[in-house]
Ligand binder design. Structure first.
Ligand code: ATP
Ligand code: MG
Length: 137
């Protein structure tokens, strides 16, 4: 059974959408096996998104992610990485399918409500970035 790292981003926590977003995950068969609310520093956001450091939106992305608390969570299920990305929808909400989180809730390509790991290796790294072994059962 697979696990993936999910983040409910500041635009969504600011609008008190955590429960509605979690309902989408659960309706899709994803189980929330760990979850906490944290406020990232700019440096912590920068390290998390280091793979994007040469992209033009990197500075804006890190400032946004550090602008308010986020909810970091581990989702578990059969094919959880792909399933989570299906439920999230396309990065740009203008391209997101009906019924997806980003279609319903995202404000823009930057303020797009959720993050989800994109592969097994990044999922393992991202889970370890936020959660210790003792927090994962
Ligand atoms: P995520 O990594 O959050 O799951 P993604 O994999 O769909 O989203 P990436 O291309 O990896 O998208 O970009 C990471 C994040 O950077 C996006 O989720 C979004 O918040 C931000 N981002 C991507 N493209 C842009 C852009 N053109 N302008 C501003 N922010 C952007
Ligand atoms: Mg990505």
């Amino acid at each position: 059974i697979e696990r993936t790292l999910s983040i409910i981003k500041p635009d969504a926590t600011n609008r008190n959408l955590t429960g509605k977003i979690n309902a989408k995950f659960e309706d899709a068969g994803l189980r929330i096996v760990a979850q906490k609310r944290i406020h990232l520093s700019l440096a912590q956001a920068g390290k998390f998104y280091e793979v994007h450091k040469d992209r033009p939106f990197y500075g804006e992305l890190c400032e946004f992610m550090a602008s308010a608390p986020v909810v970091v969570q581990v989702l578990e299920g059969e094919g959880a990485i792909a399933k989570n990305r299906d439920v999230m929808g396309a990065t740009n909400p203008a391209n997101a399918a009906e019924g997806t989180i980003r279609k319903e809730f995202a404000l823009s390509v930057g303020e797009n409500s959720v993050h989800g790991s994109d592969a097994p290796e990044t999922a393992a790294q991202e889970i370890a970035y936020f959660f210790s072994g003792l927090e994962l059962v």
